[in-house]
Design a protein around this ligand. Sequence first.
Ligand code: PNS
Length: 166
Amino acid sequence: MRRAIYPGSFDPVTNGHLDIIERSCKLFDEIIIGILVNPEKQPFFSIEERCDMLTQVLQEINRGSCDVRVDSFQGLLVNYAVAQHAHAIVRGIRAISDYEYELQMALMNRRLEPSIETVFMMSAETYTYVSSRLVKEVFQLGGVLDGLVPPLIEKRMKEKMNNREP
Ligand code: PNS
């Protein structure tokens, strides 16, 4: 039984994240999507909204026999991974520019908790430029999000924008 944590902010989840989850499903029996609760950041979506959206869009991907669930965590990722009895942390790498930061984190996590391995997964070429930050920027400036996020996420972003205080 191999269990992995796929941690991140997922604000919002993109097609790039879902691609990494689908690929990880081929390697692990169980994946826990760990959404970081970061009190220092002002997110677009609350933790509850992100959990709910992720749970919904996960129904549409190919998970094979892998059990995928969504959770949130605070504090050190490795402490959370140990508490969940995970064997690995999955991180997606889009371009070489991601590598330096990811390597730093992976090595720090290894120093903190040598029993947990970090596994880097390469996203599909189609998503190498897709990030939650850019998705939000394009959306807020009126750009089209087709193919970047699932339709449900774009819909929720529009609803959120329309319900915002003026
Ligand atoms: O989607 P993101 O924002 O790139 O994810 C970053 C994340 C959540 C993986 C990273 O910030 C993290 O692990 N935070 C938890 C705190 C922690 O363990 N910090 C030390 C990392 S070496």
